[in-house]
Design a protein around this ligand. Structure first.
Ligand code: ZN
Length: 409
């Protein structure tokens, strides 16, 4: 084990108490790789110490998915079996706290036909998505990371101490070290983000204008009354505050689906289904991605945009200053949890109905009529160039600088 037991326990405690914020008598569902069984036990104990009623583990294994995709046929993989559906039904009933520990090998799906992957995804989503919609906003969840050997080697191919280096970066971004009190550090961090979000909400911008020398020239309409959110969320079922992503640096909202114009140029590669899309730009007309170009992965990018109706429209715009600790790490994590917290980004696909007043109680269809996008995908891509400027436009036409040179104006 690369890091001390003390640090690991501190981290597990932070994930459970500050992240998922497990409450007395709640059921917890922990999703974690089989290789991390020792850490799984630590997280489990932390849940019970927090008062959990029962902790169930969903074990994952990179090779299981990879080999299934390589050898099993499309129809078999696309079929959702009754027990899988029963598990989802149970989840809608229990509304468990969900803790997800990301540790995947970014290359796990390499060699798998991307078309097979997306078509299986599409079929399974048609059965599973109603269940995930049903628990959306009504349970606490958190994603945090643990560096696997393969993931670390992907980030630092030539380093002998790759795992240690990835640990160092992860712990830095989640504000855990030997001496500090991470819970207090997170309180300070979330209150900074909340202040910025409150300012954005007070401005009631109706659209945003993006500009950068790299070719980004883009305008997007915002939903009147929709809020900017950041750091934490509230479980609408019990009012408990939780932090879904660790790390988190972003303040985000969902724009009007189908109302944006212009070009967004990506500043970092995008890893989708274990494959990289690099040096790319997406051009929107009447709110839909109408063309894209990529130095690498053009076909993949096109496939992504055509996954379903909503895949060509935006579901999220997010503000992250370039001084973010993730960006300071200076390398690509090949993991959205980190990479999306490096700089400003937008996401194609599903939007967040919880940004609407009363959104938690709306159906997906109701949220759609208010402008929230729906899709089976939600893919973040980074547009936060070092010189990025973003202006907010109000209903009366007046403008206010929000970002200058990649950071808060
Ligand atoms: Zn985001």
């Amino acid at each position: 084990m690369a890091i001390s037991r003390n640090l690991l326990e501190k981290y597990a405690e932070l994930i459970v108490r500050t992240g998922a914020n497990v409450q007395k008598d709640q059921v917890v569902q922990l999703t974690i790789a089989v290789e991390l069984h020792e850490f799984a036990a630590m997280v489990m104990e932390a849940c019970y110490r927090a008062g959990a009623k029962k902790v169930n583990i969903n074990w994952t294994y990179d090779q299981q998915d990879r080999l299934n995709y390589l050898y099993a046929d499309r129809e078999t993989l696309a079929t959702v079996l009754p027990w899988e559906e029963a598990k989802m039904k149970q989840m809608v009933e229990d509304l468990p706290c969900r803790i997800y520990i990301a540790s995947e090998d970014p290359d796990a799906m390499q060699g798998v036909d991307p078309q097979k992957l997306s078509s299986v995804m599409q079929s399974r989503a048609s059965v599973m998505k109603p269940y995930s919609n049903a628990i959306d906003g009504k349970h606490q969840w958190v994603i945090a990371a643990y560096p696997s050997e393969k993931w670390a080697r992907k980030c630092f191919p030539d380093a002998e101490d790759a795992v240690d280096r990835l640990w160092e970066a992860i712990l830095k971004t989640v504000r855990v070290d030997e001496e500090n009190d991470p819970v207090a550090a997170w309180k300070e961090h979330t209150s900074f983000i909340e202040k910025k979000a409150a300012w954005l909400n007070s401005q009631a911008f109706t659209s945003l204008k993006y500009h950068s020398a790299n070719g980004t020239d883009f305008t997007v309409d915002l939903i009147p009354g929709a809020s900017w959110e950041g750091a934490g969320a509230i479980n609408a079922k019990n009012g408990v505050f939780y932090i879904p992503n660790m790390p988190t640096e972003e303040i985000f909202t969902s724009p009007v689906a189908g109302k944006c114009e212009g070009t967004l140029v990506a500043v970092k590669p995008l890893s989708w289904n274990s494959q990289l899309i690099e040096d790319f730009a997406i051009t929107f007309e009447h709110g839909r991605a109408v063309s894209c170009r990529a130095g690498k992965g053009q076909e993949l990018l096109e496939e992504m945009i055509h996954m379903d109706e909503g895949a060509a429209m935006l579901g999220e715009v997010a503000l992250v200053p370039k001084e973010s600790p993730v960006n300071q790490c200076g390398f690509l994590f090949y993991e959205t949890l980190f990479d999306e917290n490096a700089c400003c980004h937008c996401a194609l696909g599903m939007g967040f109905k919880e940004v609407l007043p009363g959104g938690d109680d709306m159906t997906v269809e109701e949220a759609q009529t208010k402008g929230i996008n729906d899709s089976i995908i939600h893919v973040d891509f980074m547009v936060g160039a070092d010189d990025l400027s973003i202006d907010g436009v109000r209903a009366d036409g007046s403008t206010e600088p929000i970002f200058r040179n990649g950071t808060w104006a």
